[in-house]
Design a protein around this ligand. Sequence first.
Ligand code: SF4
Length: 594
Amino acid sequence: MLLITPPLTQLNTPYPATTQLKSFLDSMGHPSEQVDLGIELVNSVFTSSFLESTFPLGHPVRSGYIGTVDSVMRFLRGDDPSLAVRICSRTFLPEGKRFADIDDLEWSFGASGVEDKARYLATLYIEDLADYVRQDLDPNFELIRYAEHICTYAETFDDIALWLEKPLTPVESEMLRLLDSHLHNHRPSVVAFTVPFPGCLLAALRCSQHIKSNYPDIVVCLGGGFPNTEWRRLREPRLFDYVDYVTLDDGELPLLRLLKHIGGELPADKLLRTYCRHDGEVRYISYEHPDMPVQVVNDRLPAPDFSGLPFGLYLSTADIANPMQRLWSCGRWNKLMMAHGCYWAKCAFCDTSLDYIGRYDAPRATTVVDRMERVMRQTSCSGFHFVDEALPPKLLREVCEEILRRRLVVSFWGNIRFEKVYDASFCSLLASAGCIAVSGGLEVASDRLLKMIGKGVSVRQTIDAARNFRDAGILVHTYLMYGFPTETLDETIGALENVRQMFDEGIVQSAFWHRYAMTVHSPSGRAPQNYSAVVRGVIGKNPFCNNEIPFDYNFGYDLDAVGDILRIATYNYMNGLGLDMPARKWFKNLKTTF
Ligand code: SF4
């Protein structure tokens, strides 16, 4: 089996799905290989040879970028740090539109931060170049997502089908050339695509279409975070012109049963959490029987296997000087999951009815640290990003103690809930074990709304926990939310004011505002009447994607405008600006519609 992460996801480190699937399938006697087609594509597109062969003579890319792109990519891959000084000279790279609003670099990086400054400039350069690729070669290309706008909230398959009928773009041809080389090398009988986000669905389907036309004996299946949330009520048979099977939730056991079925050991009606097409209709098969496990017990899962991934190709980029923000795009992190699901699983806006959040299953601390040691040996990298929805504090404490007992030198970060348990002594233990940063939801940053959404923490508790993290030297990022039904403008202004004060005190280093989305899998989507929201239309009627629920609630102000204000104000805070101005001033031109 060949496991593929299709274009495009993040650039600095592999997405964690195939590593886990590979180790499980190998341990069950079904050898597999894994490919990160996204990072390979980025490394192919941003080369002088690709640009020279695709952009016409006289195009600005040919004059400014072809002579520098290979050097910049070497620098971003970490192969040529000596280029930093030339990049910082501001005469080496062409400066496109992103350089027009460059902030004061000395203020952001100091006089000696040459490498950081060069990384920032090189990132702007690559983003500008990505704009040219999108503008002139492929309208769906963005640096970390592909065709996201077509696949997000796609109620029907129509637009995607239309795109799949269009001639290949030069970027797609390059992607399929890379795919061909893997198919020739590995000669798989089954190809499985993991689709974590809408921004990799179209590329996965383009690849599947190519496989179906040119390698008709290969079975194609697809799974991952996007199908798990969007395709619980899938009724679109045309999808199966491109793929043979779609699996839901954790892929280990559905793929294992599928392999057994393909090998003739298991009849089709014993597949697990799997869609296929039968007599022109979509059929969902999920055979559950006490003799056949439907979940893998976390403690028995083998450590993820990173072998075969192209570590030399990942890029460290940074489009902001903020040290916490840079963790997401800079440096390679071994992505691991400590526990399965969320130990809290009660927040009204969260997809708590889905398995990946609602089913909590934690391994022993020694198992977690064994996995860390194995992964470190494989990747020669001691940095870990725990991608749990919320790290369970008890297990986290035991993991820290185990790390210290084994005298491991590691760095790690991940999501937490801002609970009382994060007192000074726990934060100090975390820091000694190697915790460098945490992220957690303060969400609506108002006590009334926090209670309403069932977050289980208060603003005060969050501030206390964030202060303890800061005092221990741990960076803090917070997720924020606006537009929750019943939220008043005064509450939103109060929320921004809380955030301003936290930045001013230095107890958070970065933050991001999300607009509340009502989803079918969340408590608020399952009982919208409890939150004073009126749903528009019939829930779950779409033949293709069903997740976000349109609803009506009269906020009395323009939510888009409020979202812009919150993001701009917070961007300023992250850059150390506007901290002495009361948050209310940002809203002075906002029109209310009461
Ligand atoms: S929002 Fe976070 S803490 Fe709340 S239920 Fe979801 S994963 Fe758990």
